[in-house]
Design a protein around this ligand. Structure first.
Ligand SMILES: NC(=O)c1ccc[n+]([C@@H]2O[C@H](COP(=O)([O-])OP(=O)(O)OC[C@H]3O[C@@H](n4cnc5c(N)ncnc54)[C@H](O)[C@@H]3O)[C@@H](O)[C@H]2O)c1
Ligand SMILES: O=P(O)(O)OC[C@@H](O)[C@@H](O)[C@H](O)[C@H](O)CO
Length: 529
Protein backbone atom coordinates (compact mmCIF):
# COMPACT_ATOMS: atom_id res chain seq x y z
CA UNK A 1 0.00 0.00 0.00
CA UNK A 2 1.31 3.48 -0.89
CA UNK A 3 1.72 5.84 2.02
CA UNK A 4 0.30 8.72 -0.02
CA UNK A 5 -1.76 8.61 -3.22
CA UNK A 6 -3.55 11.44 -5.02
CA UNK A 7 -6.86 10.28 -3.50
CA UNK A 8 -5.45 11.09 -0.08
CA UNK A 9 -4.89 14.75 -0.99
CA UNK A 10 -7.83 17.19 -0.84
CA UNK A 11 -7.85 20.92 -1.55
CA UNK A 12 -10.79 23.12 -0.56
CA UNK A 13 -11.44 26.72 -1.50
CA UNK A 14 -13.19 27.59 1.78
CA UNK A 15 -12.30 27.38 5.44
CA UNK A 16 -13.03 24.73 8.09
CA UNK A 17 -13.08 24.19 11.83
CA UNK A 18 -10.36 22.22 13.59
CA UNK A 19 -12.79 19.42 14.44
CA UNK A 20 -14.04 19.14 10.84
CA UNK A 21 -10.48 19.12 9.56
CA UNK A 22 -9.47 16.33 11.97
CA UNK A 23 -12.55 14.35 10.88
CA UNK A 24 -11.82 14.75 7.18
CA UNK A 25 -8.19 13.71 7.63
CA UNK A 26 -9.35 10.64 9.55
CA UNK A 27 -12.05 9.77 6.99
CA UNK A 28 -9.45 9.72 4.22
CA UNK A 29 -7.22 7.41 6.26
CA UNK A 30 -10.18 5.18 7.14
CA UNK A 31 -11.15 4.98 3.43
CA UNK A 32 -7.74 3.50 2.54
CA UNK A 33 -7.78 1.10 5.52
CA UNK A 34 -4.95 2.85 7.38
CA UNK A 35 -6.77 3.62 10.65
CA UNK A 36 -10.01 2.79 12.41
CA UNK A 37 -12.59 5.60 12.87
CA UNK A 38 -11.43 5.85 16.51
CA UNK A 39 -8.24 7.53 15.29
CA UNK A 40 -9.99 10.90 15.23
CA UNK A 41 -10.28 10.74 19.04
CA UNK A 42 -6.59 9.95 19.26
CA UNK A 43 -5.82 13.08 17.26
CA UNK A 44 -8.16 15.14 19.44
CA UNK A 45 -6.42 13.83 22.57
CA UNK A 46 -3.06 14.86 21.15
CA UNK A 47 -4.30 18.40 20.43
CA UNK A 48 -5.48 18.64 24.03
CA UNK A 49 -2.01 17.91 25.38
CA UNK A 50 0.05 19.68 22.72
CA UNK A 51 -0.90 21.63 19.63
CA UNK A 52 0.41 20.19 16.38
CA UNK A 53 0.38 23.61 14.76
CA UNK A 54 3.83 24.14 13.16
CA UNK A 55 3.66 27.76 11.99
CA UNK A 56 3.42 28.98 8.39
CA UNK A 57 -0.17 27.73 8.10
CA UNK A 58 0.79 24.09 8.72
CA UNK A 59 -0.57 21.70 11.33
CA UNK A 60 0.54 18.07 11.52
CA UNK A 61 -2.01 16.26 13.68
CA UNK A 62 -1.46 12.68 14.76
CA UNK A 63 -2.56 10.28 17.47
CA UNK A 64 -1.03 9.49 20.85
CA UNK A 65 1.19 6.55 21.74
CA UNK A 66 -1.65 5.03 23.79
CA UNK A 67 -3.91 4.80 20.77
CA UNK A 68 -1.60 2.96 18.40
CA UNK A 69 -4.16 0.16 18.15
CA UNK A 70 -6.23 2.42 15.90
CA UNK A 71 -3.42 2.41 13.32
CA UNK A 72 -3.59 -0.40 10.76
CA UNK A 73 -1.01 0.75 8.22
CA UNK A 74 1.34 3.65 7.49
CA UNK A 75 -0.37 6.42 5.54
CA UNK A 76 -0.71 10.17 5.20
CA UNK A 77 -3.64 12.36 4.36
CA UNK A 78 -3.14 15.93 3.19
CA UNK A 79 -5.94 18.47 3.32
CA UNK A 80 -5.64 22.10 2.37
CA UNK A 81 -8.25 24.77 3.16
CA UNK A 82 -7.49 27.91 1.19
CA UNK A 83 -9.62 29.93 3.62
CA UNK A 84 -7.70 28.52 6.60
CA UNK A 85 -8.60 26.72 9.82
CA UNK A 86 -8.68 28.27 13.27
CA UNK A 87 -6.22 25.83 14.88
CA UNK A 88 -6.88 26.67 18.50
CA UNK A 89 -6.05 30.29 17.77
CA UNK A 90 -3.44 29.59 15.06
CA UNK A 91 -4.18 29.98 11.30
CA UNK A 92 -3.52 26.56 9.74
CA UNK A 93 -4.21 25.85 6.06
CA UNK A 94 -2.46 22.52 5.47
CA UNK A 95 -2.45 19.39 7.55
CA UNK A 96 -1.46 15.72 7.71
CA UNK A 97 -0.58 13.21 10.41
CA UNK A 98 3.04 13.59 11.50
CA UNK A 99 3.88 15.19 14.79
CA UNK A 100 6.00 17.85 16.35
CA UNK A 101 6.00 19.72 19.64
CA UNK A 102 6.42 23.43 20.29
CA UNK A 103 8.63 25.10 22.84
CA UNK A 104 8.17 28.12 24.95
CA UNK A 105 10.96 30.67 25.19
CA UNK A 106 13.80 29.52 27.46
CA UNK A 107 13.39 30.19 31.13
CA UNK A 108 16.51 32.11 32.01
CA UNK A 109 16.39 34.06 35.22
CA UNK A 110 19.41 36.10 34.12
CA UNK A 111 18.34 36.79 30.58
CA UNK A 112 16.48 40.05 30.96
CA UNK A 113 19.10 41.89 32.91
CA UNK A 114 22.16 40.11 31.59
CA UNK A 115 24.00 42.37 29.13
CA UNK A 116 25.70 39.35 27.54
CA UNK A 117 22.39 37.73 26.73
CA UNK A 118 20.76 41.01 25.71
CA UNK A 119 23.61 41.67 23.31
CA UNK A 120 23.36 38.14 21.89
CA UNK A 121 19.62 38.31 21.40
CA UNK A 122 19.81 41.69 19.71
CA UNK A 123 22.39 40.24 17.35
CA UNK A 124 20.21 37.22 16.72
CA UNK A 125 17.32 39.49 15.75
CA UNK A 126 19.63 41.52 13.49
CA UNK A 127 20.74 38.34 11.73
CA UNK A 128 17.09 37.44 11.13
CA UNK A 129 17.24 34.15 13.05
CA UNK A 130 13.84 32.59 13.43
CA UNK A 131 12.69 29.09 14.17
CA UNK A 132 12.46 27.27 10.85
CA UNK A 133 11.68 23.70 9.93
CA UNK A 134 12.27 22.92 6.29
CA UNK A 135 14.81 23.64 3.58
CA UNK A 136 14.22 24.00 -0.16
CA UNK A 137 15.50 21.19 -2.34
CA UNK A 138 17.05 21.88 -5.77
CA UNK A 139 13.75 20.88 -7.44
CA UNK A 140 11.83 23.48 -5.44
CA UNK A 141 10.30 21.05 -2.95
CA UNK A 142 10.92 21.10 0.78
CA UNK A 143 12.51 18.59 3.11
CA UNK A 144 13.00 18.53 6.84
CA UNK A 145 16.29 19.89 8.06
CA UNK A 146 18.54 17.17 9.39
CA UNK A 147 21.10 17.25 12.19
CA UNK A 148 23.55 14.46 12.98
CA UNK A 149 24.36 14.57 16.67
CA UNK A 150 27.37 12.58 17.95
CA UNK A 151 26.91 11.41 21.56
CA UNK A 152 23.38 10.43 22.59
CA UNK A 153 24.20 10.60 26.31
CA UNK A 154 22.91 12.92 29.01
CA UNK A 155 23.31 16.33 27.39
CA UNK A 156 22.90 14.87 23.89
CA UNK A 157 19.34 13.68 24.52
CA UNK A 158 18.45 16.05 27.36
CA UNK A 159 19.47 19.28 25.69
CA UNK A 160 21.04 19.34 22.21
CA UNK A 161 18.68 16.74 20.70
CA UNK A 162 15.69 18.42 22.34
CA UNK A 163 16.47 21.90 21.02
CA UNK A 164 17.32 20.61 17.55
CA UNK A 165 14.00 18.78 17.50
CA UNK A 166 12.21 21.92 18.57
CA UNK A 167 14.00 23.81 15.81
CA UNK A 168 12.40 21.44 13.34
CA UNK A 169 15.39 19.20 12.68
CA UNK A 170 15.13 15.49 12.13
CA UNK A 171 17.80 14.27 14.57
CA UNK A 172 20.10 11.36 13.78
CA UNK A 173 21.92 10.38 16.96
CA UNK A 174 25.26 8.69 16.48
CA UNK A 175 26.71 6.79 19.42
CA UNK A 176 29.06 3.89 20.12
CA UNK A 177 27.04 2.40 23.00
CA UNK A 178 25.19 -0.56 21.43
CA UNK A 179 22.45 -0.77 24.06
CA UNK A 180 21.77 2.96 23.90
CA UNK A 181 21.50 2.95 20.10
CA UNK A 182 19.10 -0.01 20.24
CA UNK A 183 17.03 1.62 22.98
CA UNK A 184 16.70 4.84 20.96
CA UNK A 185 15.65 2.94 17.87
CA UNK A 186 13.08 0.97 19.85
CA UNK A 187 11.02 4.08 20.68
CA UNK A 188 9.44 6.76 18.55
CA UNK A 189 9.45 9.40 21.26
CA UNK A 190 11.21 10.17 24.51
CA UNK A 191 10.52 12.65 27.27
CA UNK A 192 12.82 15.25 28.74
CA UNK A 193 11.62 15.81 32.33
CA UNK A 194 12.67 19.12 33.82
CA UNK A 195 13.04 18.52 37.57
CA UNK A 196 12.73 21.48 39.92
CA UNK A 197 10.84 24.74 40.19
CA UNK A 198 8.93 25.58 37.01
CA UNK A 199 10.02 22.36 35.32
CA UNK A 200 7.85 20.74 32.69
CA UNK A 201 8.02 17.77 30.31
CA UNK A 202 9.00 17.92 26.64
CA UNK A 203 8.43 15.12 24.18
CA UNK A 204 11.03 14.56 21.48
CA UNK A 205 10.09 12.79 18.25
CA UNK A 206 11.49 12.51 14.74
CA UNK A 207 14.83 10.91 15.61
CA UNK A 208 16.75 7.72 15.03
CA UNK A 209 20.14 6.41 16.03
CA UNK A 210 23.05 4.91 14.10
CA UNK A 211 25.89 3.02 15.71
CA UNK A 212 29.08 4.77 14.66
CA UNK A 213 31.22 1.93 16.00
CA UNK A 214 29.60 -0.82 13.90
CA UNK A 215 28.16 1.28 11.07
CA UNK A 216 30.39 4.31 10.41
CA UNK A 217 29.52 4.23 6.69
CA UNK A 218 25.87 4.95 7.40
CA UNK A 219 26.81 7.77 9.76
CA UNK A 220 29.01 9.25 7.02
CA UNK A 221 26.09 9.04 4.57
CA UNK A 222 23.90 10.86 7.09
CA UNK A 223 26.55 13.56 7.53
CA UNK A 224 26.78 13.94 3.73
CA UNK A 225 23.13 15.01 3.55
CA UNK A 226 22.81 16.79 6.91
CA UNK A 227 22.36 20.51 7.52
CA UNK A 228 24.12 20.48 10.87
CA UNK A 229 26.47 18.31 12.90
CA UNK A 230 26.65 18.69 16.66
CA UNK A 231 28.66 16.78 19.24
CA UNK A 232 28.43 16.07 22.97
CA UNK A 233 30.91 13.25 23.37
CA UNK A 234 33.50 14.84 25.67
CA UNK A 235 36.43 16.99 24.50
CA UNK A 236 38.85 14.06 24.40
CA UNK A 237 36.60 12.06 22.07
CA UNK A 238 36.38 14.68 19.30
CA UNK A 239 39.33 13.14 17.46
CA UNK A 240 37.43 9.86 17.18
CA UNK A 241 34.38 11.40 15.50
CA UNK A 242 36.45 13.52 13.09
CA UNK A 243 37.16 10.73 10.53
CA UNK A 244 33.43 10.01 10.12
CA UNK A 245 32.73 13.70 9.52
CA UNK A 246 35.55 13.74 6.97
CA UNK A 247 33.98 10.75 5.16
CA UNK A 248 30.62 12.56 5.17
CA UNK A 249 32.12 15.77 3.80
CA UNK A 250 33.82 13.79 1.03
CA UNK A 251 30.42 12.42 -0.03
CA UNK A 252 28.64 15.77 0.19
CA UNK A 253 27.24 17.00 -3.11
CA UNK A 254 28.98 20.00 -4.63
CA UNK A 255 25.91 22.27 -4.57
CA UNK A 256 24.97 21.55 -0.96
CA UNK A 257 24.93 24.37 1.58
CA UNK A 258 27.87 24.21 3.98
CA UNK A 259 27.48 21.75 6.83
CA UNK A 260 27.09 23.71 10.09
CA UNK A 261 29.35 22.12 12.70
CA UNK A 262 29.01 22.90 16.42
CA UNK A 263 30.75 21.00 19.22
CA UNK A 264 28.78 21.29 22.47
CA UNK A 265 31.47 20.28 24.95
CA UNK A 266 32.62 21.90 28.18
CA UNK A 267 35.81 23.33 26.79
CA UNK A 268 37.09 26.56 25.34
CA UNK A 269 37.20 26.36 21.54
CA UNK A 270 35.83 22.79 21.31
CA UNK A 271 34.65 23.34 17.73
CA UNK A 272 38.09 24.68 16.82
CA UNK A 273 39.52 21.47 18.27
CA UNK A 274 37.11 19.39 16.20
CA UNK A 275 37.97 21.38 13.07
CA UNK A 276 41.67 20.76 13.69
CA UNK A 277 40.99 17.03 14.06
CA UNK A 278 38.98 17.06 10.82
CA UNK A 279 41.81 18.86 9.08
CA UNK A 280 44.28 16.26 10.35
CA UNK A 281 42.05 13.33 9.35
CA UNK A 282 41.38 14.80 5.88
CA UNK A 283 45.10 14.97 5.03
CA UNK A 284 45.74 16.30 1.52
CA UNK A 285 41.99 16.82 0.95
CA UNK A 286 41.67 19.10 3.97
CA UNK A 287 41.29 22.39 2.13
CA UNK A 288 38.58 21.09 -0.19
CA UNK A 289 36.64 19.26 2.53
CA UNK A 290 36.83 22.09 5.07
CA UNK A 291 35.35 24.43 2.45
CA UNK A 292 32.17 22.31 2.59
CA UNK A 293 31.49 23.17 6.23
CA UNK A 294 31.34 26.11 8.61
CA UNK A 295 32.45 25.83 12.22
CA UNK A 296 31.10 27.69 15.25
CA UNK A 297 32.20 27.40 18.88
CA UNK A 298 29.43 27.18 21.45
CA UNK A 299 28.81 27.33 25.20
CA UNK A 300 26.13 24.99 26.51
CA UNK A 301 24.73 25.10 30.01
CA UNK A 302 22.20 22.72 31.49
CA UNK A 303 22.84 20.27 34.32
CA UNK A 304 21.98 16.80 33.11
CA UNK A 305 22.96 14.20 35.74
CA UNK A 306 23.59 10.53 35.08
CA UNK A 307 20.32 8.74 34.39
CA UNK A 308 19.05 5.69 36.28
CA UNK A 309 19.99 2.38 34.66
CA UNK A 310 16.36 1.42 34.07
CA UNK A 311 15.29 4.87 32.88
CA UNK A 312 15.15 3.99 29.19
CA UNK A 313 15.69 6.83 26.77
CA UNK A 314 13.91 9.51 28.85
CA UNK A 315 16.14 12.08 30.51
CA UNK A 316 15.74 14.11 33.71
CA UNK A 317 17.33 17.56 33.53
CA UNK A 318 17.21 20.87 35.38
CA UNK A 319 14.79 23.50 34.02
CA UNK A 320 17.55 26.05 33.33
CA UNK A 321 19.44 26.14 30.05
CA UNK A 322 21.61 28.40 27.96
CA UNK A 323 23.17 27.78 24.54
CA UNK A 324 25.39 30.54 23.16
CA UNK A 325 26.74 30.08 19.62
CA UNK A 326 29.29 32.14 17.67
CA UNK A 327 27.45 33.79 14.80
CA UNK A 328 30.23 34.88 12.47
CA UNK A 329 30.86 31.59 10.69
CA UNK A 330 27.29 31.34 9.42
CA UNK A 331 27.38 34.55 7.40
CA UNK A 332 23.76 35.34 8.34
CA UNK A 333 22.39 31.83 7.58
CA UNK A 334 22.01 30.97 11.25
CA UNK A 335 20.93 27.47 12.26
CA UNK A 336 17.30 27.33 13.37
CA UNK A 337 17.56 26.51 17.05
CA UNK A 338 14.92 28.22 19.19
CA UNK A 339 16.32 29.02 22.61
CA UNK A 340 19.93 29.29 21.39
CA UNK A 341 21.37 32.78 21.11
CA UNK A 342 23.99 33.91 18.66
CA UNK A 343 26.90 36.10 19.70
CA UNK A 344 29.77 37.79 17.89
CA UNK A 345 32.32 37.05 20.57
CA UNK A 346 31.91 33.80 22.50
CA UNK A 347 34.88 34.29 24.82
CA UNK A 348 33.01 36.06 27.65
CA UNK A 349 30.19 33.49 27.50
CA UNK A 350 32.30 30.36 27.51
CA UNK A 351 34.68 31.71 30.14
CA UNK A 352 31.87 32.94 32.35
CA UNK A 353 30.20 29.54 32.05
CA UNK A 354 33.27 27.31 32.43
CA UNK A 355 34.87 29.44 35.15
CA UNK A 356 31.70 29.84 37.21
CA UNK A 357 29.29 26.94 36.63
CA UNK A 358 31.99 24.34 36.09
CA UNK A 359 34.54 25.73 38.56
CA UNK A 360 31.86 25.83 41.25
CA UNK A 361 30.48 22.45 40.29
CA UNK A 362 33.87 20.71 40.29
CA UNK A 363 34.92 22.42 43.54
CA UNK A 364 31.69 21.20 45.16
CA UNK A 365 32.38 17.69 43.87
CA UNK A 366 35.98 17.53 45.12
CA UNK A 367 35.27 19.05 48.54
CA UNK A 368 32.19 16.81 48.74
CA UNK A 369 34.21 13.70 47.87
CA UNK A 370 36.80 14.65 50.50
CA UNK A 371 33.98 14.81 53.08
CA UNK A 372 32.58 11.45 51.95
CA UNK A 373 29.41 13.02 50.55
CA UNK A 374 27.75 11.47 47.51
CA UNK A 375 25.36 14.08 46.13
CA UNK A 376 26.19 17.57 44.91
CA UNK A 377 23.13 19.07 46.63
CA UNK A 378 24.20 17.47 49.94
CA UNK A 379 27.78 18.69 49.56
CA UNK A 380 26.63 22.27 49.14
CA UNK A 381 24.42 21.97 52.22
CA UNK A 382 27.65 21.70 54.23
CA UNK A 383 28.46 25.32 55.32
CA UNK A 384 32.22 24.79 55.16
CA UNK A 385 32.04 23.42 51.60
CA UNK A 386 29.62 26.17 50.55
CA UNK A 387 32.03 28.81 51.88
CA UNK A 388 35.01 27.28 50.05
CA UNK A 389 33.07 27.06 46.79
CA UNK A 390 31.84 30.65 47.12
CA UNK A 391 35.39 31.85 47.78
CA UNK A 392 36.67 30.08 44.65
CA UNK A 393 33.89 31.67 42.58
CA UNK A 394 34.66 35.11 43.95
CA UNK A 395 38.18 34.63 42.63
CA UNK A 396 36.96 33.60 39.17
CA UNK A 397 34.50 36.50 39.09
CA UNK A 398 37.35 38.92 39.80
CA UNK A 399 39.16 37.47 36.78
CA UNK A 400 36.06 37.78 34.57
CA UNK A 401 35.65 41.42 35.61
CA UNK A 402 39.30 42.14 34.83
CA UNK A 403 39.34 40.18 31.57
CA UNK A 404 35.96 40.97 30.02
CA UNK A 405 34.72 44.01 31.93
CA UNK A 406 31.71 42.09 33.26
CA UNK A 407 29.64 43.83 35.90
CA UNK A 408 30.53 42.65 39.45
CA UNK A 409 26.93 42.96 40.70
CA UNK A 410 25.58 40.93 37.79
CA UNK A 411 28.27 38.30 38.33
CA UNK A 412 27.28 38.10 42.01
CA UNK A 413 23.71 37.40 40.88
CA UNK A 414 24.95 34.84 38.34
CA UNK A 415 26.92 33.05 41.10
CA UNK A 416 23.90 33.01 43.40
CA UNK A 417 21.70 31.53 40.68
CA UNK A 418 24.26 28.85 39.93
CA UNK A 419 24.64 27.81 43.57
CA UNK A 420 20.84 27.59 43.74
CA UNK A 421 20.91 25.30 40.68
CA UNK A 422 23.46 23.02 42.40
CA UNK A 423 21.18 22.88 45.45
CA UNK A 424 18.18 21.71 43.39
CA UNK A 425 16.93 18.80 45.55
CA UNK A 426 14.97 17.34 42.64
CA UNK A 427 18.17 16.70 40.71
CA UNK A 428 20.11 13.62 41.77
CA UNK A 429 23.66 14.47 40.72
CA UNK A 430 26.77 12.85 42.16
CA UNK A 431 30.27 14.03 43.07
CA UNK A 432 31.56 11.13 40.96
CA UNK A 433 29.92 12.41 37.76
CA UNK A 434 30.75 16.05 38.36
CA UNK A 435 34.33 15.27 39.41
CA UNK A 436 34.90 12.84 36.52
CA UNK A 437 38.16 13.01 34.56
CA UNK A 438 40.14 15.08 37.10
CA UNK A 439 43.22 15.27 34.85
CA UNK A 440 41.12 17.09 32.23
CA UNK A 441 39.75 19.35 34.93
CA UNK A 442 43.17 20.40 36.27
CA UNK A 443 44.61 20.99 32.80
CA UNK A 444 45.91 24.38 31.64
CA UNK A 445 42.85 26.07 30.11
CA UNK A 446 40.22 24.33 32.22
CA UNK A 447 38.03 25.44 35.12
CA UNK A 448 40.71 25.71 37.86
CA UNK A 449 44.14 26.39 36.37
CA UNK A 450 42.67 28.56 33.58
CA UNK A 451 41.17 31.28 35.83
CA UNK A 452 43.79 30.84 38.57
CA UNK A 453 46.59 31.45 36.07
CA UNK A 454 44.83 34.56 34.79
CA UNK A 455 44.34 35.73 38.38
CA UNK A 456 47.99 35.11 39.30
CA UNK A 457 49.14 37.01 36.20
CA UNK A 458 47.11 40.00 37.40
CA UNK A 459 48.20 39.75 41.02
CA UNK A 460 44.68 38.69 42.10
CA UNK A 461 43.96 36.13 44.81
CA UNK A 462 44.18 32.43 43.94
CA UNK A 463 44.04 30.94 47.44
CA UNK A 464 40.56 29.44 47.17
CA UNK A 465 41.13 28.10 43.64
CA UNK A 466 44.37 26.42 44.73
CA UNK A 467 42.39 25.01 47.67
CA UNK A 468 39.98 23.45 45.18
CA UNK A 469 42.89 22.02 43.17
CA UNK A 470 44.22 20.51 46.41
CA UNK A 471 40.87 18.75 46.88
CA UNK A 472 40.88 17.66 43.20
CA UNK A 473 44.26 15.95 43.76
CA UNK A 474 42.60 13.83 46.47
CA UNK A 475 39.81 12.62 44.17
CA UNK A 476 39.59 8.84 44.03
CA UNK A 477 37.07 7.00 41.90
CA UNK A 478 37.95 3.40 40.95
CA UNK A 479 35.77 3.46 37.80
CA UNK A 480 37.30 6.68 36.54
CA UNK A 481 40.43 5.99 34.49
CA UNK A 482 41.79 9.49 34.95
CA UNK A 483 41.27 9.44 38.72
CA UNK A 484 43.17 6.15 38.93
CA UNK A 485 45.90 7.44 36.62
CA UNK A 486 46.21 10.68 38.62
CA UNK A 487 46.63 8.88 41.94
CA UNK A 488 49.19 6.53 40.39
CA UNK A 489 51.16 9.46 38.94
CA UNK A 490 51.05 11.29 42.27
CA UNK A 491 52.65 8.23 43.86
CA UNK A 492 55.36 7.80 41.25
CA UNK A 493 56.21 11.15 39.67
CA UNK A 494 58.13 13.95 41.38
CA UNK A 495 56.16 17.08 42.26
CA UNK A 496 57.75 19.35 39.69
CA UNK A 497 57.26 16.93 36.80
CA UNK A 498 53.69 16.08 37.84
CA UNK A 499 52.73 19.75 38.20
CA UNK A 500 54.12 20.90 34.88
CA UNK A 501 52.86 17.84 32.95
CA UNK A 502 49.30 17.78 34.28
CA UNK A 503 48.61 21.50 34.63
CA UNK A 504 50.64 22.67 31.64
CA UNK A 505 52.02 25.49 33.79
CA UNK A 506 55.52 26.67 33.12
CA UNK A 507 57.65 26.45 36.30
CA UNK A 508 58.27 30.19 35.86
CA UNK A 509 54.54 30.98 35.95
CA UNK A 510 53.45 32.91 39.08
CA UNK A 511 50.83 30.24 39.87
CA UNK A 512 53.27 27.33 39.65
CA UNK A 513 54.72 27.36 43.22
CA UNK A 514 51.29 27.26 44.90
CA UNK A 515 50.09 24.35 42.76
CA UNK A 516 53.38 22.48 43.21
CA UNK A 517 52.99 22.90 46.98
CA UNK A 518 49.48 21.40 46.74
CA UNK A 519 50.98 18.45 44.86
CA UNK A 520 53.70 18.02 47.49
CA UNK A 521 51.12 18.05 50.25
CA UNK A 522 49.04 15.34 48.52
CA UNK A 523 52.18 13.25 47.92
CA UNK A 524 53.17 13.58 51.58
CA UNK A 525 49.73 12.34 52.64
CA UNK A 526 49.92 9.43 50.18
CA UNK A 527 53.38 8.43 51.38
CA UNK A 528 52.19 8.50 54.97
CA UNK A 529 49.19 6.24 54.29
N1 LIG B 1 25.76 16.45 31.42
C1 LIG B 1 25.85 17.76 31.56
O1 LIG B 1 25.32 18.36 32.51
C2 LIG B 1 26.60 18.58 30.53
C3 LIG B 1 26.26 19.94 30.40
C4 LIG B 1 26.95 20.72 29.47
C5 LIG B 1 27.95 20.14 28.70
N2 LIG B 1 28.26 18.82 28.87
C6 LIG B 1 29.33 18.28 28.03
O2 LIG B 1 28.75 17.41 27.06
C7 LIG B 1 29.65 16.33 26.78
C8 LIG B 1 28.96 15.01 27.05
O3 LIG B 1 28.59 14.96 28.41
P1 LIG B 1 27.45 13.97 28.94
O4 LIG B 1 27.23 14.34 30.35
O5 LIG B 1 26.32 13.95 28.00
O6 LIG B 1 28.24 12.59 28.87
P2 LIG B 1 27.64 11.14 28.58
O7 LIG B 1 28.70 10.19 28.96
O8 LIG B 1 26.30 11.01 29.17
O9 LIG B 1 27.46 11.14 26.98
C9 LIG B 1 28.51 10.99 26.08
C10 LIG B 1 28.05 10.03 25.00
O10 LIG B 1 29.02 10.01 23.96
C11 LIG B 1 29.08 8.68 23.49
N3 LIG B 1 30.33 8.48 22.76
C12 LIG B 1 31.56 8.20 23.24
N4 LIG B 1 32.43 8.06 22.22
C13 LIG B 1 31.74 8.28 21.08
C14 LIG B 1 32.07 8.28 19.69
N5 LIG B 1 33.31 8.02 19.28
N6 LIG B 1 31.10 8.53 18.79
C15 LIG B 1 29.82 8.79 19.20
N7 LIG B 1 29.45 8.80 20.50
C16 LIG B 1 30.39 8.55 21.42
C17 LIG B 1 28.97 7.83 24.75
O11 LIG B 1 28.62 6.50 24.46
C18 LIG B 1 27.89 8.59 25.50
O12 LIG B 1 26.61 8.11 25.19
C19 LIG B 1 30.89 16.60 27.64
O13 LIG B 1 31.81 17.36 26.90
C20 LIG B 1 30.33 17.43 28.78
O14 LIG B 1 31.29 18.23 29.39
C21 LIG B 1 27.60 18.03 29.75
O1 LIG C 1 30.90 17.59 31.94
P1 LIG C 1 32.17 17.89 32.70
O2 LIG C 1 32.86 16.66 33.15
O3 LIG C 1 33.05 18.86 31.98
O4 LIG C 1 31.70 18.66 34.02
C1 LIG C 1 30.78 18.06 34.90
C2 LIG C 1 29.66 19.02 35.22
O5 LIG C 1 30.16 20.15 35.85
C3 LIG C 1 28.96 19.47 33.92
O6 LIG C 1 28.55 18.39 33.14
C4 LIG C 1 27.76 20.37 34.25
O7 LIG C 1 26.69 19.60 34.70
C5 LIG C 1 27.35 21.16 33.05
O8 LIG C 1 28.45 21.79 32.45
C6 LIG C 1 26.28 22.19 33.34
O9 LIG C 1 26.08 22.97 32.21
Amino acid sequence: MSVLTLDQVRIHAGSSTQQEALQEATDILVSVGAVTPAYVDAMRQREETVSTYMGNGLAIPHGTNDTKDAILASALSVVRYDGGVDWAGEPATLRDRHRRTRRRAPRDPLADRDPLLRRGRRRQAECGADPGRAVRTPLGGERLMKAVHFGAGNIGRGFVGLLLHEGGYEVVFSDVADALVDAINAVDSYTVHEAGPGGTDHVVTGFRAVNSKTDPETVADEVATADAVTTAVGPTVLRFVAPTIVAGLARRSAGAAPLQVMACENAIGATDTLRAEIEKAAGVDAEELLSRAVFANTAVDRIVPGQPANGGVDVTVEPYFEWAIESEAFGGALPKIPGAHFVENLAPYIERKLFTVNTGHAATAYFGARAGIERISDALADPDIAARVSAALEETSAVLVAEHGLDPAELAQYRATILERFRNPALVDTVQRVGRQPLRKISRHERFIGPAAMAAERGLSTIALVGAVTAALEFESPDDEQAVEMQEALRTEDALAFTSRTTGLDPEHPLFPAVRDAVVSRQTALNAS
